[in-house]
Design a protein around this ligand. Structure first.
Ligand SMILES: Nc1ncnc2c1ncn2[C@@H]1O[C@H](COP(=O)(O)OP(=O)(O)O)[C@@H](O)[C@H]1O
Ligand SMILES: [Mg+2]
Length: 227
């Protein structure tokens, strides 16, 4: 076992609602080592995206703690959490969140440039070739299919060489063949770079490819983390 990259302890999320406090995640704990892969499965509304947001430091828990790449996120303010994310985390969302005013190459270059990398263009080109889009560099997102846009999003997420890649239903909008290609890509990058994967998915094949799976039901983990 390698070092822990992501530790969650007794995470809970409670939100106020018109009917009183609503518990959307209850006392959930897990621990991942570098290079691990975790699938989070469960029905719609079971708390998967909420959990992902807490683990990635996008959202704050009502109770419990998250330690990401050695940083306890609890005491950090939003700017400090943003810095931890920038250094350690990549995201792929179901809605690809590419910038329409930039072409594919520029979308992937952006995080590299923000990171001050002088080889941003060359590195972005290499990544896009890696995901099979070497001939789509100057296409705008609108000129790309859903699967192609998702591949650009993955190239962008991997550009900053994150320790942990979080993906919320990365194959959700794709046909099964394209979804399979996206899954292959995630696991190739996981293998080559040791990137830890945390994936929310309804795709059973994708979930089975992960080293670990957890199932949520109404904010509770119903199948345990440890074998
Ligand atoms: N900010 C919020 N305020 C109130 N309710 C929320 C909020 N975020 C999520 N929920 C509720 O929490 C539950 C879990 O949401 P979510 O994590 O998005 O589920 P999933 O991703 O598994 O479909 C849902 O019932 C949702 O309506
Ligand atoms: Mg969701």
């Amino acid at each position: 076992m390698g070092p822990s990259i992501l530790i969650a302890r007794n995470l809970s999320k409670v939100v106020p609602s018109a009917e009183g406090n609503l518990t959307i995640l209850q006392e959930l704990s897990l621990e991942l080592t570098q290079g691990d892969s975790l699938a989070i499965v469960g029905a719609s509304g079971s708390g998967k995206s909420t959990l992902l947001g807490l683990l990635a430091g996008l959202d704050q828990p009502s109770a419990g703690s998250v330690t990401l790449a050695g940083h306890d996120l609890g005491p950090l303010d939003e700017d400090q959490r943003a810095r931890v994310r920038a250094e350690h985390v990549g995201f792929v969302f179901q809605s690809f969140q590419l910038l329409d005013s930039l072409n594919a190459l520029e979308n992937v270059m952006l995080p590299l440039e923000l990171d001050g990398r002088r080889d941003a263009r060359e590195h972005a080109r290499t990544l896009l070739e890696r995901v099979g889009l070497g001939k789509r560099l100057s296409h705008s997102p609108r000129q790309l299919s859903g699967g192609e846009q998702q591949r650009v999003a993955i190239a962008r997420a991997f550009a900053a060489e994150p320790d942990v890649l979080f993906a919320d239903e990365p194959t959700g909008n794709l046909d099964s063949h394209t979804g399979e290609r996206i899954s292959d890509l995630l696991f190739e990058l996981n293998k080559e770079r040791g990137t830890t994967l945390v994936l929310v998915t309804h795709d059973e094949r994708l979930a089975r490819r992960c080293h670990r799976q957890i199932r949520l039901e109404a904010g509770h983990m119903v199948s345990p983390m440890e074998p």
